[in-house]
Ligand binder design. Sequence first.
Ligand SMILES: *Cc1c(COP(=O)(O)O)cnc(C)c1O
Length: 429
Amino acid sequence: MKFHGTMTQDKDGLVSIGGVDVQTLKETYGTPLYIYDEKMLEDNAMMFKNSFKHDAIQGIVAYASKAFLTLAMARLINDAGLSIDVASEGELYTVYKAGFDMSRVYFHGNNKTPHELALAIELKCGHIILDNEHEVDLLSDLLSEQSKQMNVYLRVNPGIDVLTHDYIKTSKLDSKFGVGLEEASTIDLIKKIYENDNFNFKGLHAHIGSQIHQEEPFFENVSTLLKYYKTLETHGIHFSGINIGGGFGIYYTKDDKPIDLKVFLKNLIDYLVSNAKYLDLKLDEVIIEPGRSMVSNAGSTLYTVGSTKLTPSGKEYIFIDGGMSDNPRVALYQAEYEAIIANRNNTEYKSYAIAGKLCESGDILSHDTLLNEASPDDLLLMSSTGAYTYSMSSNYNRLTRPAVVFVKEGQSRLVVKRQTLDDLIGWDL
Ligand SMILES: *Cc1c(COP(=O)(O)O)cnc(C)c1O
């Protein structure tokens, strides 16, 4: 398993993150447990902020909060001076309650309800990314009633195909998101928004997918959008901003060869500036929206091992006290992870399938991982689980949702309490 951030292992095989060892974390908080390396989160935030900048344009980094959001996470992003994306009233409410500077909030979604739009206005959400004409009309009516204005972007679909899992491609032409750049009706919709005084229409937004390891599609997205901006100028439409989405791939296993973001982000913003200059377009701001790449490697999940099982065909399972309820990504996307026995060393290595405790044959977190031979009560640590795990977790089989801790400089702090059995029945009547 590759060690990320502040992760270390002592000579007896005991793993620590943020200077706190996993045995102590288990004794203090129990398992399963989501552990976040707070320094790595902060370092990632600063890396994005410092790399995606340019003298000629304001580079804005909006963390896509659906990857992982709690009050503590929202505060960390706010304190780092970044912006944030939300995609539901729940996410909007969370960042509001965290005290986030609402002018730096971007509200996404392909089917925002009238209630959600009204809440966004009420909470002074800084920007709404419009997705379709119905939403344009809904928001326009709400703003008219209150004689208010809203900064908006329009989500478009540039039709860029990327090499990633089908479920996380977002800009194929038949995607549910945004309006197609190729469609003639899109120009009419853009004019309609541009001419509406309730809107301060800043530009277009295109997010092309997720877990992307190639650089080319990101450059292609920029050039496609800018070419379109040039066409719009012939219709008298001038935009001051552009939002090019997130989707930067990360390391989960040795098969992943992620982009070197520090270098790439600088190249990307340089490319945008020179392209805009060449086309004689004047832009004030460009937004990127990293989610996974902000948090994934900074998070790990700690489990306690139960029994192991050798099947007649020779497959060996190691059972853990969580599974698809705390990490549905393997069942959903055939995601792969690395893991380690985190409380001891021995010389015997075995190939294990890591299976959860839920009543579902698909409840496997790794089909084949080489681990130290394990016994009941050993600790298994799975790395790079910081994105789309806690935020996608469920109470399937009525498992309680695990706690979340931040660790840093030898200290741990609980940021989400473990659910109790009474929490589980708390909504039942
Ligand atoms: C999910 C999402 C992102 C973040 O994607 P990552 O792959 O996690 O970086 C960015 N923008 C939008 C609109 C999204 O829906």
